[in-house]
Write a protein that binds this ligand. Structure first.
Ligand SMILES: Nc1ncnc2c1ncn2[C@@H]1O[C@H](COP(=O)(O)OS(=O)(=O)O)[C@@H](OP(=O)(O)O)[C@H]1O
Length: 382
């Protein structure tokens, strides 16, 4: 047999117990790194412990809570790196459609400004997050680090969107849906098809959580329903997009909208005086956004120019409260998913006065929506 220096040094290496241990340790280290890599990927689709700790401390403004500056920004970044956006984020939709905004009173403009700041913060955070991880010029170009930290799967444009309506119960629906293992959703409202369209589809896709084969990517932005350009834009992204609209009695919806504004600006005029142009004749001011958003048929017409009725599902905001499992059953059917979310996922919380999840996604504890969902409405003359 021919003498081989390679075989000889390998033999010499293997016969030394210290070197043998070193080799084994290196192999174990490599396996550990591989497992860590896989786990990070897996964890990114798993409930988050990081965020749960602060989520437990109820606050009405999680965005402000975590993502402003200093340590908070750090926690926000880490949580976004390790987890998908969290359920039960109690972000509100204080938008107004532009036409409505012009016609509405100062108070609602101010209201929108406040919300706009909050949304901007959120978006800036998203931009900062993407930028820091290898995005150039807003184009999706994930760096090695981003691929590493966000794990398995790929980011896809949403196949289903909750497009409205504001104050209909959209947050409850999204958070209930997130319990389903085949649904992955963005926690915050991306506002892509109304405010951020110029950022481009790649920017939008980059906001999405990674999904595995067969999983559905979702988002909710209730302002889409009343945005004139939204149907054409969504159709241009994909004509197959499934659209979900949570509708609620338009009068209750208007009061809910008003209550939200009132909570931020207690000095606004009464609901009645904003509703009527002339109280004696009963002439309603349909240009007031709270009324305008509730003219569902008008907005729906716009959607039907681009999508067939079969691609739209109307969820009852009222039944979402009285029979959440029933409504969730309809939604799962519509999305072509197995009915996994059932009665056993919900319980009625007497204190909250609403159905809550026995175990929210991301937690083993029961969870209700935060205090900005389910406000006490002022008494309005029937
Ligand atoms: N389970 C559960 N818990 C709490 N609240 C619930 C729930 N299901 C539906 N709702 C109703 O959701 C209303 C808020 O609607 P949205 O989430 O669409 O609001 S927003 O447009 O995103 O700001 C909110 O309206 P208000 O009661 O006026 O606050 C609730 O009535």
């Amino acid at each position: 047999m021919e003498y081989s220096p390679v075989c000889h040094s390998l033999y010499a290496f293997w016969s030394s117990p210290v070197k043998k241990k070193l080799l084994l340790l290196s192999i174990m280290f490599l396996i550990w790194v591989y497992m860590l890599y896989s786990c990070v990927g897996y964890c990114s689709t798993m409930p988050s412990l990081v965020v749960d700790t602060y989520r437990g401390k109820e606050s009405s403004s999680p965005v402000k809570r975590t993502e402003n500056t200093g340590a908070g920004a750090g926690v926000g970044l880490v949580s976004r790196l390790l987890t998908k956006p969290q359920p039960w984020e109690d972000i509100e939709s204080d938008y107004e459609e532009p036409s409505v905004r012009t016609a509405s009173r100062d108070l609602l403009d101010a209201d929108r400004t406040e919300e706009w700041d909050e949304q901007q913060q959120q978006m800036m955070m998203m931009r900062g997050f993407s930028g820091g991880l290898g995005l150039r010029n807003g184009a999706a170009e994930p760096s090695a680090m981003s691929s590493f930290s966000s794990g398995a799967g790929s980011k896809k444009l949403p196949q289903a969107i909750i497009i409205g309506v504001k104050k209909g119960g959209t947050r409850a629906l999204l958070e209930f849906l997130r319990v389903h293992p085949d649904i992955r959703a963005v926690g915050a409202e991306p506002h892509f098809f109304d405010r951020n369209y110029d950022n481009g589809l790649e920017w939008y896709r980059e906001l999405m959580p990674k999904t595995l084969e067969g999983q559905i990517t979702m988002e909710k932005t209730p302002s889409y329903f009343v945005t004139r350009e939204a149907p054409a834009r969504i159709s241009a992204m994909s004509r197959d997009t499934k659209l979900i609209v949570v509708v609620r009695d338009p009068v209750t919806r208007a009061i809910s909208d008003y209550t939200q504004t009132l909570s931020k600006k207690p000095d606004i005029p009464s609901f009645e005086s904003l509703t009527f142009k002339n109280r004696t004749t009963g002439l309603i001011d349909t240009s007031w956004s709270a009324v305008q958003i509730g003219i569902y048929a008008k907005h729906l017409d716009n959607w039907l120019q681009y999508f067939p009725m079969e691609q739209l599902l109307f969820v009852s905001g009222e039944r979402l409260i009285s029979d959440p499992a029933g409504e969730l059953g309809r939604v799962q059917d519509f999305l072509g998913l197995k009915r996994i979310i059932t009665d056993k996922h919900f319980y009625f919380n007497q204190t909250k006065g609403f159905p809550c999840l026995k175990k929210a996604e991301g937690s083993s504890k029961p969870h209700c929506l935060g205090k900005t969902k389910g406000r006490t409405h002022p008494n309005i003359d029937p």
